[in-house]
Design a binder for this molecule. Structure first.
Ligand SMILES: CC(=O)SCCNC(=O)CCNC(=O)[C@H](O)C(C)(C)COP(=O)(O)OP(=O)(O)OC[C@H]1O[C@@H](n2cnc3c(N)ncnc32)[C@H](O)[C@@H]1OP(=O)(O)O
Length: 548
């Protein structure tokens, strides 16, 4: 029996089976994600959300408030023709209406699809295309992008008082004020979907990741065992709910446990983050290493005023540097733990705050109870400690696993009883997992997974570009940045101005976070005899160049 398995067996099984029995519930009544995350916490005067607006105003919402708002949203959606099993897309900043929309969607048995607000029309159109969303809910800052799409579902827009409503749109706030808050939850089965996420394609466009209601078990286990969330915590997960870590663990997870979450509408900056921690008395903070590196860069003085306030800090999205761990210990007196997961299956390997085990700096930690994680060689054989291979989930022995394959797409990652994460790791004899890197070409920049194919496709849309290859290159703050190698069309000449024009083109068309921050104009690209671009050679040359 491997170290990983031993660990899992020691702490896990009986607790998970209890929970499965609870969530499987009464087969006659079924499950509803709104009931789990809100409805069953009402009537107790319990806080559900602290929301700080872009202007700095703090508003508090109880579970009863969210129940009222989501009931109205549910009725609005029904009036718009949305029914159980339909998809509703949300492209909204971190405002209270976003939570009401998500809970309202779940309440009527529909599926919520997040659209990150930095996405441009190309990224949005692809996602709405494969999900077949029945309605998009957005705000004026994002509404214009929908006009650039060839086909778009009906739109509901959240306009401020006196703002014009685009012709044909549903006035979200007006409809909410007149709708009834009474909305009977539609019960579903555990295998029915409640979210439609997106992954980053490496050789093709991003694929849909269907999330069944059974995943609630895994999300709850992460909050309890890894975040170690307690009822007396003031919890803030900085990650945006346009992404898996934000949607699963800034909204779904804490509300599932009946514990309040925090939204800060403003864009991230270190000073403001310190302010919010101090103002709200945050005790449990979660986010990505880039955010923590930016807090560190602000210096010890900024940290001094909140020293000792944070009980626990959880880091996800990319590996955490030991330097950050030491700095948080010295200047914030806060234990910061590295956690590992994916959009597919959520968090799976953690230095758990809520479980008593050794914490390994520079390691992603141990398999989460409910997952049997293994390391596989290319033939699918399980490897022992200190051997490099692909981190995988043993499907049959992982009761909390929920990912069964991509939406309407083949899933070669699932084969032979394993789901392969695509991450190269090795594990220590004690069962802790050391992350080595991606086995494919997915770029991780500031914790965002970015598919090179997506960026290349956006570049090629520009008339100056004949061919493009995109890779991630090392960056001290963002872990990696996107770098593009471009072969220009004959009529064009490379220049810093053209590089900037191409970067802005990708920023606007694809996404504000996924544009190439470096562009080299080249005469040719390394390719296999069959014509496939060898991105790994470009990446290797860049790593060597930077070392030099
Ligand atoms: C299971 C999983 O692991 S899922 C993935 C988990 N990962 C995450 O949640 C991502 C975590 N990362 C972050 O939250 C952020 O990168 C932070 C907070 C660390 C740092 O934030 P920022 O410094 O504001 O930069 P960020 O990386 O978000 O944005 C990159 C660019 O996109 C822009 N951008 C980001 N969000 C938006 C938006 N909503 N609208 C418009 N532009 C945006 C930024 O302005 C920035 O532009 P610039 O660098 O050219 O000025």
């Amino acid at each position: 029996m491997t170290g990983l398995r031993r660990y899992e067996d020691a702490v896990a099984r009986f607790r998970i089976e209890d929970e499965i029995a609870r969530l499987d519930g009464d087969p006659l009544t079924g499950i509803n994600a709104y009931v789990e995350c809100c409805g069953r916490h009402t009537g107790q005067n319990r806080l559900a959300l602290r929301a700080i607006s872009a202007g700095g105003e703090l508003r508090l919402f109880s579970f009863d408030d969210l129940a009222d708002m989501s009931g109205r949203v549910g009725n609005l959606l029904k009036d718009a023709g949305v029914g159980p099993g339909d998809v509703v897309a949300g492209m909204l900043p971190r405002i209270p209406e976003l939570i009401a929309l998500i809970l309202g969607t779940w309440r009527i048995g529909a599926i919520y699809q997040p659209l990150f607000t930095a996405f441009g029309p190309k990224a949005i159109e692809h996602r709405l295309g494969y999900s077949g969303a029945k309605l998009v809910v957005t705000n004026p800052a994002n509404r214009g992008k929908l006009d650039e799409m060839k086909t778009c579902p009906p739109i509901a827009t959240i306009v401020g008082p006196g703002d014009p409503l685009p012709a044909g749109d549903i006035d979200f706030r007006a409809a909410l004020s007149t709708a009834s808050p009474d909305c009977e939850p539609v019960m579903r089965k555990g295998e029915d979907l409640f979210m439609m996420m997106s992954t980053s394609g490496t050789t093709g466009l991003p694929k849909g990741v269907p999330v069944p209601l059974n995943a609630l078990l895994s999300f709850g286990a992460y909050m309890r065992d890894a975040i170690g969330l307690r009822p007396d915590d003031v919890f803030w997960n900085i990650a945006d709910p346009g992404w898996a870590y934000g949607l699963y663990y800034a909204i779904t997870g804490p509300l599932l446990l009946g514990i309040a979450t925090t939204f800060n509408e403003g864009a991230f900056n270190a000073r403001n983050t310190y302010d919010v921690i101090e103002r709200l008395g945050v005790t449990s903070l979660a986010g990505s290493p880039t955010a923590f590196r930016l807090l560190l860069a602000e210096g010890p003085e900024a940290a001094a005023r909140i020293k000792g306030r944070l009980r626990v800090v959880s880091s996800a999205g990319e590996p955490l540097n030991p330097e950050v761990i030491r700095w948080f210990d010295a200047h914030l007196a806060a234990p910061i733990h590295d956690h590992y997961g994916q959009t597919e299956n959520g968090m799976m390997v953690n230095n758990h705050h809520g479980l008593a085990h050794a914490v390994r700096a520079g390691s992603a930690g141990f398999a989460m109870p409910g997952y049997r994680m293994v390391v596989l060689d290319d033939e699918g054989n399980e490897l022992g400690p200190n051997q490099l291979g692909i981190l995988a989930v043993d499907v049959a022995n992982s009761p909390l696993r929920w990912f069964d394959g991509y939406h309407q797409a083949e899933t070669p990652a699932i084969a032979g009883g394993y789901y392969r994460t695509g991450d190269t790791v090795e594990y220590e004899p004690d069962g802790s997992v050391s992350f080595i890197g991606r086995a494919d070409d997915v770029i991780t920049s500031s914790g965002y997974p970015i598919g090179p194919f997506d960026v290349e496709s956006a570049l090629i849309e520009h008339p100056a570009v004949n061919e493009a290859a995109v890779v991630g290159v090392p960056d001290p703050q963002r872990t990696e940045i996107v770098k593009a190698f471009v072969i220009l069309a004959p009529a064009y000449q490379g220049s810093p101005e053209l590089a900037e024009e191409l970067a802005q083109h990708v920023r606007k068309r694809l996404s504000a976070h996924a544009y190439p921050r470096e562009i080299d104009f080249v005469a040719e690209l390394p390719k296999t005899p069959s014509g496939k671009i060898q991105r790994f050679l470009l990446r290797k040359a860049e790593v060597e160049k930077r070392k030099g």
